[in-house]
Design a protein around this ligand. Structure first.
Ligand SMILES: *[C@@H]1O[C@H](CO)[C@@H](O)[C@H](O)[C@H]1NC(C)=O
Ligand SMILES: *[C@@H]1O[C@H](CO)[C@@H](O)[C@H](O)[C@H]1NC(C)=O
Ligand SMILES: *[C@@H]1O[C@H](CO)[C@@H](O)[C@H](O)[C@H]1NC(C)=O
Ligand SMILES: *[C@@H]1O[C@H](CO)[C@@H](O)[C@H](O)[C@H]1NC(C)=O
Ligand SMILES: *[C@@H]1O[C@H](CO)[C@@H](O)[C@H](O)[C@H]1NC(C)=O
Length: 861
């Protein structure tokens, strides 16, 4: 029987893992939002940064009225000006553990780099004059009062061992409410997790036996909900706690090992008289579900919560950031719950476990009166029950054994708001914004484990990520996020400092379309620029479209002058027409002489790249006016125009048998990439007739391409070497933009790749990005003689810029790798093209956020 159960569980686990492996294909793609724009560390606008000598700025306490933000760090407490955290008048209190305690901490075998310090973990307002703080104090927790006026720790310290965890990394949450302290943690390594009211005495705790109320709980948050206010039944206030714990309800349908929970206690609870003495009599917990309806596996690890308070407790909204149980799989989901649903679960049926089986199921027998776990209301008072001490023993005995509710709490819409692959959100905060259309939108701020902040808006049950900001150069987890409406700021605490960023940066959006597409409810186009709406009283001439993000700018295109550039090239050369698209959500579209976009098939001689159009082996008839549009939300916005002139030049030479006539072609074809290999220059007659074979089988095409490439590589290398070493004066010709030295590096990189890595000083970063290097056979033969150079062209505009192909892709890879993702569009039919972008995607995804290339000068006009 046991083995059978074990087998079943294994089977379920396997199916869960299978589901996980397959999830990239199964999950609704429309929930995996891509940040519209990615703002690197050096491009941040209007931010302020504070970092003192300490580390781990993880505990923030904002006091809007006083204009102060208190920051609890490792060994120090800071008082910062909330209007500008960077101004020099920050006050600080040094509060580290004494050397002797640190020594003892070391003897206990703790880490002297992280654990044997005083990490401030509790920081709240105590009364009008004092703050209350608790720190881990080198594994010997201590609490203290801080006189705010003097910004000094008062002389009397308090033992913190019951209030603050020993370990700085243990899940912990705490609240000070009306002079009462509530905390939840696994305070000591060996102790059971506990939810406590620490003072006033006597301290109340959770029950450990016969039914353990908390199983290896990891706490992430807590909240007071003032349900006494305006309550017709004189209801009590409630404290909610949020955590992940070991699952009790292991059933066939629910194989998860861990589960997300919300628990609640009544604020007026004073414990039982005989049963549940000094224990909660009102403790109930319920499961928080965050999953897609049709999928077996759940986002079952709660990482953080945010409560967006409504006018009434029932209208408050709970946001949870969830992750997966498997630590090495990066994925996040955001689920939204209504407090009314939370309450409904606590008013519903209980769960029970038969001690013999340990299987939990719905409790269907009679429930004693008054209802176990309820707070003291007028209904109870009418029956003579004035406090929890008056509750009958059978009720307390029931609650002791039935802390778990049967009904789980499902997210609104029955699914996550957002599901994000390859991304671990750590913390979030939400604010309401009333937009121009009169509707109220929720603007979300999510921090990642790598120090990025996502600004997003919830529209019709979906998340649109307005932008992602790299707040910290060195990847580090965001530890806390606090919003100040008064200062129009978001404060983000992390290991190396506190960053203050504006709630919105509308002026970043340069055009009407940019402003509309961003869909930031705080931003609107006023005819000249994108402005912060809240600062304006006159809203008549503003344009905004949060719901659809596409209307209002139709008549304004004329305002934005589109640059026109000229390219003159020799017939047979490759031409790259750059079209930099700033939004990750836009796709490029090209027209030639106002006509429909050229067809990008293998035969056409065109390749559409991530941020440009490549004309391979230009023919005279391919000259004309090329226009690039960025298509976003169904609207196409002109980006750049090119006048391309193709001059008839020397007759093309077969690249497999002769040295190419033009070094421009050399630089244009990073060999080994299927991208170029898919496109034999049309005017070149290929001896083996690969074009016929293309139509026959792919394999043959690959093979012949490999052969051709190998030949090309030799030729290209020689050409490049010749160019680099023998023709220094002409290098500038190959640069479209940027400095000469930059260009040279790119050229050399390409050549070395072609050589199979002979060139040891090649820039590895660029090299690795080129897939299919193996196609070029190791090349030990002597290089063919350097090719003759073509006569210099008369026009100074002679720039085909093809050498920028790959690097310009690379430059955008950080964050903008999304651009590449989008290219798996069905319209790109070539299988080679597909594999190229996919390959790049994989590499770029891996590198995303790990390597930042600062944006070089964009203007090349
Ligand atoms: C404190 O910061 C250090 C350095 O970034 C980090 O390694 C450590 O994990 C942080 N500790 C906590 C408790 O956040
Ligand atoms: C921490 O301990 C290691 C080895 O135990 C030692 O090398 C290092 O100097 C110590 N660091 C501090 C700050 O005490
Ligand atoms: C606040 O609490 C501190 C510490 O108990 C106490 O010394 C101080 O007098 C209190 N202040 C007020 C205004 O009650
Ligand atoms: C509850 O309070 C009422 C009025 O305050 C009092 O009359 C009654 O005796 C109390 N009941 C108990 C059981 O203490
Ligand atoms: C744009 O212009 C057209 C015709 O000139 C007009 O009908 C339309 O209302 C205008 N749209 C906006 C948003 O101003």
């Amino acid at each position: 029987m046991d083995t059978l159960a074990a087998l079943l569980r294994l089977l379920l686990f396997c199916s869960a893992v299978g589901a996980l492996l397959g999830y990239s294909f199964q999950f609704p793609q429309d929930l995996d939002a891509t940040p519209r724009t990615s703002v690197g560390f050096h491009d941040l606008l209007g931010y302020r940064r504070f970092s003192g000598s300490a580390l781990n700025y993880s505990t923030l306490l904002l006091e809007e009225d006083a204009g102060v933000i208190y920051v609890g760090a490792r060994g120090a407490l800071f008082s910062l000006d909330s209007s500008d955290v960077a101004v020099g008048n920050a006050l600080s209190i040094e509060w580290d553990a004494p050397a002797q305690l640190k020594q003892e901490c070391l003897i206990k075998g703790k880490d002297n780099q992280t654990e044997c310090f005083n990490h401030i973990r509790f920081l709240q307002r105590f009364n009008a004059t004092h703050l209350y703080i608790c720190g881990t104090h080198a594994f010997s927790p201590l609490c203290a009062y801080v006189d705010v006026a003097l910004f000094k720790i008062s002389s009397e310290f308090e033992d913190g061992r019951e209030k603050c965890p020993y370990d700085p990394a243990t899940g912990y949450t705490g609240l000070l409410v009306d002079g009462e302290m509530y905390t939840a943690s696994q305070f000591e390594f060996r102790s059971l997790p506990d939810i406590r009211r620490n003072f006033p005495s006597p301290m109340l705790k959770t029950e450990g036996a016969p039914t353990r109320w908390l199983l290896e709980a990891d706490f992430v948050g807590s909240a007071l909900v003032r349900q006494s206010a305006h309550s017709s039944i004189r209801d009590d206030d409630k404290i909610y706690f949020f955590f992940t714990e070991k699952s009790q309800e292991q059933t066939l349908y629910f194989p998860q090992n861990r589960v997300a929970r919300v628990a609640r206690v009544c604020k007026g609870d004073v414990g039982g008289q005989r049963t549940l003495q000094k224990k909660w009599t009102s403790f109930l917990k319920a499961r928080l579900v965050c999953s897609f309806p049709d999928y077996r596996f759940h986002f079952n690890v709660l990482r953080s919560i945010f409560i967006l308070e409504g006018p009434a407790p029932q209208s408050s909204i709970l946001y949870g950031v969830f992750g997966l149980e498997w630590k090495n799989v990066k994925a996040s989901a955001i689920c939204q719950y209504s407090f009314a649903d939370v309450q409904r679960a606590f008013d519903g049926p209980y769960m029970e476990s038969q001690d013999s089986t340990l299987i939990w199921r719905e409790y269907t027998s009679t429930v004693p009166e008054p209802r176990p776990g309820s707070c003291i209301t007028d209904k109870l008072r009418a029956t003579g029950i004035n406090s929890s001490r008056d509750l009958p023993d059978d009720v307390l005995e029931f609650i002791r054994r039935h802390p778990l509710m049967f009904q789980p709490i499902h997210p609104q819409e029955g699914r996550p708001l957002l599901f994000k692959r390859n991304m671990d959100y750590t913390k979030m905060a939400v604010r309401r914004v009333t937009a121009l259309d009169g509707r109220t939108y929720h603007v979300l701020f999510m921090g990642t484990d790598e120090g990025w902040l996502h600004r997003a808006v919830e529209v019709k049950g979906h998340i649109h990520i307005i932008e992602e900001l790299q707040l910290f150069e060195k990847p580090q987890p965001v530890d806390s996020i606090v919003i100040s409406e008064a200062m129009r700021s978001v404060y983000v605490g992390a290991p190396t400092g506190v960053v203050q960023v504006p709630l919105s940066t509308c002026h970043r959006y340069a055009s009407c379309f940019d402003c509309i597409f961003a869909r930031d409810p705080s931003c609107a186009w006023d005819g000249k620029m994108c402005v912060e709406m809240d600062s304006l009283s006159d809203r008549y001439n503003l344009t905004q479209d949060i719901l659809n993000g596409n209307s209002g700018c139709e008549n304004r295109t004329a305002e934005d002058s589109v640059p026109t550039r000229t390219r003159s090239v020799t017939e047979g050369d490759d031409v790259l027409l750059l079209c930099e698209i700033y939004s990750n959500l836009a796709t490029p579209r090209w027209t030639l002489n106002g006509c429909e976009p050229p067809d990008y098939s293998v035969e056409s001689g065109y390749r559409m790249g991530t941020d440009g159009l490549l004309i391979v082996g230009a023919r005279v008839e391919q000259g004309g006016e090329y226009r690039c549009f960025a298509v976003e939300n169904g609207i196409q916005v002109p980006v750049v125009n090119y006048m391309v002139r193709v001059l008839s030049g020397p007759p093309p030479i077969d690249p497999t048998t002769a040295a190419p006539s033009s070094p421009h072609r050399l630089s244009s074809t990073p060999p080994g990439t299927p991208m170029t290999s898919a496109l034999p220059p049309p005017p070149v007659p290929l001896p083996s007739g690969p074009r016929i074979q293309i139509s026959k089988t792919l394999e043959v095409m690959y093979l012949s391409l490999i052969v051709i490439l190998a030949g090309l590589c030799i030729v290209l290398t020689s050409g490049l070497l010749y160019m680099v070493f023998c023709m220094p004066g002409r290098r500038g010709k190959y640069s479209l933009q940027g400095s000469e030295s930059e260009r040279n590096m790119e050229l050399r990189t390409i050549s070395s790749n072609c050589n199979g890595g002979q060139d040891s000083d090649a820039n590895g970063g660029l090299l690795q990005i080129v897939p299919g290097e193996g196609q070029a056979s190791p090349n030990k033969e002597p290089l063919p003689p350097a090719p003759p150079l073509p006569p210099p062209l008369p026009t100074s505009e002679y720039t085909n810029g093809v050498s920028a192909t790959l690097p310009s892709v690379l430059r955008k890879m950080n964050g903008n790798s999304y651009v590449l993702l989008r290219q798996n569009d069905p319209e790109t039919t070539s299988p080679l093209y597909h594999s190229f972008t996919e390959e790049l995607n994989k590499i770029l995804e891996k590198r995303k956020h790990t390597q930042l290339v600062s944006k070089p000068d964009e203007s090349s006009v």
